[in-house]
Design a binder for this molecule. Structure first.
Ligand code: GRF
Length: 208
């Protein structure tokens, strides 16, 4: 794994929505608590209205909207996306709320360099609305906890891949969906930053 070569790993963050996890990375970077061996060089979104793009602009970081063109299939889109991302020469590609399923066309271009954040424990609740589904299952008495994980993205599997970090999060009986979402977000922000720091601060020790 050469994802975080010296002296300063180049991070490209891909996000489709609000970008609170991107913000956690940017804040940690600005505060000096990420690691001086990593910096965000670009933020890419498939949605023009993604708040992540505005957050990047506010931080003075390159932000790009890469929208799907009419009649463009997933492979063609991913080829174009990969070209754009490759232009930033990333050491690490961070999927932080990226809502499009990536094809091999993209993944093979950045072998061993892609990580994803998912609001569930390993092996559980793959796909969209994972927090809402966990909350509904808790309401039905089927679960009392959920979690967060950061994992590598070696192939087209959705929310699968070798786990880098995970944490279990309780679901309280009186949790609203908003309360649970907020609790999960706080853990996500910390876990994602901690994982990037671990990958980039001591690259030799974490080489896969
Ligand atoms: C997070 O829950 C992340 O795990 C999931 O999408 C959400 C993105 O949140 N993949 P935000 O846009 O970073 O606020």
């Amino acid at each position: 794994m050469e994802e975080c070569r010296q002296p300063s790993a180049r991070l490209v963050v891909m996000a489709s929505g609000n970008g609170s996890n991107l913000q956690a990375i940017l804040d940690a970077s600005a505060e000096g608590s990420l690691t001086d061996r990593a910096r965000v060089v670009a933020v890419v979104s498939d949605r023009s209205d993604s708040r992540a793009l505005a957050r990047a602009t506010e931080a003075g970081i390159a932000s790009l909207h890469v929208g799907a063109e009419p009649d463009q299939d997933r492979t063609e889109y991913d080829r174009r996306l990969a070209e754009i991302v490759a232009g930033f020469e990333p050491d690490l590609v961070v999927l932080a709320g990226w809502m499009r399923i990536l094809t091999t066309e993209f993944i093979s271009r950045f072998a061993d360099k892609i990580i994803n954040l998912h609001p569930a424990k390993p092996g559980e609740l793959a796909g969209t609305r994972a927090i809402e589904r966990a909350w509904q299952e808790a309401l039905a008495g089927e679960r009392t906890e959920t979690g967060v994980m950061v994992h590598r993205v070696p192939d087209e599997g959705v929310d699968t891949g070798p786990v880098l970090a995970s944490e279990t999060i309780p679901i309280e009986l009186d949790d609203t969906l908003d309360v649970l979402t907020e609790r999960i977000r706080r853990v996500e922000h910390r876990l994602l930053v901690d994982t990037i720091r671990a990958l980039c601060a001591q690259p030799k020790e974490i080489t896969a």
